[in-house]
Design a protein around this ligand. Structure first.
Ligand code: LLP
Length: 431
């Protein structure tokens, strides 16, 4: 995906057929750019991967919650997986129907539970006995019934970064598979509760599919055990987590992913659903920044036209490529040591070497470390690939930096601003 979407035309970078240089000139930097065609393409591929078995897509809103992105996803017939009242609010604003919204997360507040029940969402995912009782109590007070689905923690290793691994017993998520049957019995006994399904989500950026299979098998065993107690479950939510290619990781094909799930689940009367985030929007977005300064070896070389020095030469100062985007705009490299591929505009030979960093006052403010780089010059664009998921949604105002603008390239090639760049006034609103 990443590879096909980028191309140089006469030395100028194009992404998804659009000139990155023109977008930067028109909308400024740092700038998030998304592609409607790419989003729709990913959805179509995921959907067709399940073939006749069919599985409902409940897009994980936390990956990218821009209203225009949500409208595209909803227009393509997907539902939404949310984790907060704020995400519910966004989904409703974007026109999603409540019956297509599911609510996950270990710490839903009473207000959020009330909001969800009142809205009439499809179900709340339950992650502890205490939460189940709270939901039951609130539903009863409201004179309503809350549909719930228990999230099981299957204790399988998704072999991903520890911060985004969620299905091991040391993780805070879900209910131990050992307690699942008893919690359904409790659920069935509570007046405000109607159990409708079971689910799991074992982690994110998973490229080894065997964990999905293992979790699927455990879930099906549990569904059978719960059904044996006379409690009917209609659906199984297999979570999100399908990995994408950031560098040269072999991202599993959606068809392989679907095959693993279908094979492990069986039970044709069980409605399948899943909540992908990254695999829909990750490679459907980029972050465009501008190189402000070069510092160190290559700055010296640039000035004197001297021969290239490398950071691995102990005597040479390291090169820092300083751009106008920071960790507040894209946190993934700082938080997970995540790789985002860097493209230059204009096209430059890959003869540079060093760190691509931002202006934020933290040494953790980097996008790339000790990496071969395009031989950037100040004023070039530095484009971070695969930034459509967990980019803007994790952005902050740290260092009192207004958050970037977001632009969407429509399927017909038109670019449209879908979120204004924040102003200084936005920074102090409410203070
Ligand atoms: N379902 C649930 C219940 C989740 O918690 C998540 C993500 C997903 C679905 C979607 O997973 P995906 O398909 O996107 O892998 N900020 C991190 C990722 C955190 C994922 C949290 N949960 C990152 O930038 O890598």
């Amino acid at each position: 995906m990443k590879i096909e979407s980028f191309a140089y035309k006469n030395g100028s970078l194009e992404w998804q057929g659009a000139s990155v240089r023109q977008l930067a000139a028109e909308y400024g930097t740092p700038l998030y750019v998304y592609s409607e065609a790419a989003i729709l393409d990913r959805i179509a591929r995921l959907r067709s991967a399940f073939g006749s078995r069919r599985a409902g897509i409940y897009y994980s809103v936390k990956a990218n919650s821009n209203l225009s992105v949500l409208r595209i996803i909803s227009g393509a017939g997907c539902g939404a997986d949310i984790v907060s009242g704020g995400e519910l609010f966004r989904c409703l604003k974007a026109g999603l129907t409540p019956e297509k919204i599911v609510f996950s997360g270990v710490g839903k507040s009473a207000d959020e539970i009330r909001y969800a029940i009142n809205t009439g969402i499809l179900f709340l995912s339950v992650e502890s006995p205490a939460e189940l009782e709270a939901i039951g109590k609130i539903a009863q007070e409201m004179g309503k019934t809350a549909r719930i689905s228990v999230r099981v923690n299957p204790d399988v290793d998704p072999k991903t970064h520890p911060y985004i691994s969620t299905g091991l017993k040391e993780n805070k998520f879900g209910i131990s598979h050992r307690e699942v049957v008893s919690i359904y019995k409790l659920a069935a006994s509570l007046p405000g509760i109607q159990p409708t399904g079971l689910g799991f989500h074992i982690g994110s950026q998973i490229t080894d599919l065997s964990a999905f299979k293992e979790a699927g098998q455990i879930a099906v065993r549990l569904v059978n055990a719960v059904r044996a107690e006379g409690i009917n479950l209609h659906h199984l939510d297999v979570g999100g987590g399908l990995g994408i290619s950031y560098l040269d990781e072999k991202a599993p094909a959606p068809e392989e992913y679907a095959r693993q799930i279908i094979d492990s689940v069986g039970l044709p009367d069980l409605e399948l659903m899943f909540d992908p985030g990254r695999s829909i929007v990750g490679n459907s977005g980029i972050l465009v920044s501008r190189l402000l300064y070069l510092k160190g070896a290559e700055a010296a070389r640039d000035a004197k036209g001297a021969s290239i020095q490398r950071a691995d030469d102990a005597n040479s100062p390291k090169t820092f490529y300083i751009c106008d985007a920071g960790m507040n705009d894209l946190l993934r490299p700082s938080l997970y040591d995540a790789y985002h591929h860097v493209y230059s505009d204009p096209e430059r030979p890959l003869s540079g070497f060093g760190d691509l960093v931002g202006p934020v006052c933290e040494s953790g403010d980097f996008f790339a470390k000790d990496r071969a780089m395009p031989a950037f010059k100040a004023g070039d664009l530095a484009v971070l690939a695969s930034a459509g998921a967990y980019g803007f949604t994790m952005a902050s105002n740290y260092n009192s930096r207004p958050r970037p603008a977001e632009v969407l390239i429509r399927s017909d090639g038109r670019a449209e601003i879908v979120r204004k760049r924040e102003s200084f006034e936005d920074l102090i609103r409410g203070e």
